[in-house]
Ligand binder design. Sequence first.
Ligand code: 13P
Length: 340
Amino acid sequence: MDKQLLIYTANALVAGSKGLLAMDESTGTCNKRFAALGILQTEEYRRDWRELIATTPGLGKYISGAILYDETIHQKKKDGTLIVNAIINDGIIPGIKVDIGAKAMAGFPGEKITEGLDGLRERLNEYYKMGARFAKWRAVIAIGNGIPTRACIEANANALARYASLCQEAGMVPVVEPEVLMDGDHDLKRCFDITEHVLLTVFDQLYRQKVLLEGMLLKPNMVIPGLQCFEQASVDEVAEATIQCLLQSVPAAVGGIAFLSGGQSGKMASAHLNAMHVWHATKIPWPLTFSFGRAIQQPAMSIWRGAESNRHEAQQALYHRVKCDDAARRGEYTAAMEQG
Ligand code: 13P
């Protein structure tokens, strides 16, 4: 394991006030988002969308790393050059989603286990050759009646740790993503308790499997009440609960923490990250940033809608969101930034 390279890459991904851009939706997920906006679900449109993102002028000012999907890392722009090269040329480190999805877990209705370990060593070596220096693996934990079970949490934590150690062997920084979903009517406390349990289990597995904490990033959910919970929490309550939960479960040695947005709006995700920095900066031992997918892409995608004539305006919307997220990481995001 090249510890120096891993630490160098991890540090570069969380440097300054930049963050990560998740543009690694699987074909199925990307198509679902396209369908909701009436965009044709073809490889060409997916290519056009990813090209639009990758060529947003000035993206590298606020984005340190972009997580790609297998289809995208092989795709070329309309001018015949690779999309991944556009990213690298903007000073952005390319990353790659390497899990092959969360599948129904046998014997555990309503729960999922993420697959993709078979052949992972070989795939990582290929992606490294293509320029990827970090990877992502997402585990999904649902909250509901009687779930999550310990079996589901432990199986997913074990897979995350096996993935992480293979990444480090290949010289790639693992982004470890155990996502506790926002769906459901659970309250803030329940999200807190489940998230804490999941993170403690994940770090136990990472320790057992000798993962270098300084050479990895954690990509957690924020601690938020379920979408159907009648008692929603304020921005400051979410920030406070999230920081408290992370302090109780994440070792200080971890290279950095980069949140997923999980279905929050762009503005909400920025506001939550901002509040964490405004109120808790002195307590946080790790660089704390964003690795949003929908919270960055969605406003731009709803402007684009597959039309070349909307390209410029969509790129402006994307740029605006990453600028807001960068400000949030400094605790300088304000509602006024959303006007004009
Ligand atoms: P969201 O920010 O849309 O949750 O996506 C982040 C991600 O990478 C999910 O795996």
